[in-house]
Design a protein around this ligand. Sequence first.
Ligand code: SF4
Length: 450
Amino acid sequence: MISMFCMTEEEIKIFKSDPLPLSENASLQHARQRIKKAGYWSSNQQMGNRWPIGCVALEITQRCNLDCTICYLSEKSKAVKDLPLEAVFRRIELIYKHYGKNTDVQITGGEPTLRKKDELLAIVNYVCLLGMRPTLMTNGIEVTRSLLKELIEAGLVDIAFHVDTTQKRNGYTTEVELNKIRQQYIEHAKGLPLSVIFTVTVFNENFNEIPAIICFAKNNIDVVRTVSFQIQAVTGRGVQKKRDPAITPTTVLKQIEKGAGTSINFNASLVGHPACSRYGKCLEVNENLYDFFDDTAFIGRMQSATAHLAWDRSYPMQAVKNFLKWFVKNPKHIYAGIKWAGKKLWKIKKDLIASKGRIRSISFIVHNFMDACALEHDRIHSCAFKIITRDGLLPMCIHNAQRDSYILQPTEIPMKENTKFRMPLNGGISSTKQRYTPMYQPRHKYVHLP
Ligand code: SF4
């Protein structure tokens, strides 16, 4: 087992990015070893089974048009020049070399829509051309329906709108009031082949409103596919520092269940370390939600057996058809499948009749980033959420704990004969890599927990 103690400042400083995998299958094997070492390998585990990484963040700008009270960005973000397009393309290629096709790439920032539209479209398109899945992480302020159509043409498959009360949007003081903005974003995306996600940072002021957010999502289930909650972490430039100890993954899951009106099994489909991420899924029938993952053993068995199948979230019906085709070709799973489906249908029978057979689904995610001063070894070493930097891939929590060391590095500009480097603050060009010596003094005391 890897040590449960927190990392020291020195350990964080010298943390190395992942080496390039030697073969196509190596990154999957590597992920499997990592999660086994952390003690969370099982047939219910997706990491190392279905994919080698949950997702990779690609920060294409450090600029933002909001100033959230909880924000992972650096104090220096505004002054940092955008990565040149060639550097972004090189980083996309690096992600591909590490994890291959079907990797979820979160195009983020800062606010990614602040980049020129042509550049944003080119970035989305390049991720798509390499066979990976681009998701746009945005606060939605600059997003219009026509932009969404262009992004879809470029290859966008998911859009995640970040809306919550940490953003202090003018005239909105509660999550329920913010539903007006969420509704506008839903109207932009309605009917388009996009999987729509809402992301919410959870802190003491909106914790009690989680059930209301779930109800809103359920009422808009024709568009909303996922609601993702990120628990406040003490890292970055945000002014709200104190993390309420009563807000934990367990209490957030309870709030989700309260809003959903049903218990939800968040242990059947694991996405890496359970202290980092939890994932649950419900079926909606006649406006009532039913837990989809209630049979842990069956879900584990199916997940392992179908690990090679790619699920396209933009076209769920196609994904279901592919699954059914696989089922017919694998008769040994048919009996268990029919038994599970029969139980489920029996449970939902009344609502199924009332809804004339219509069933939809919605997913819930809770992500628990760590405070900069309390990075746990086992979670870092089995991280399922990485970020691409000039020098390779790093756990997002490591990156956030010493952000300036990375965003103030001279930026690579790949050229035909050699690579040049640009200083991110003054734009000066150099042909040598130059090491950036961070000015950054961590504001948080690094601690060793017993
Ligand atoms: S980014 Fe942090 S919280 Fe998220 S999976 Fe990685 S180590 Fe865990």
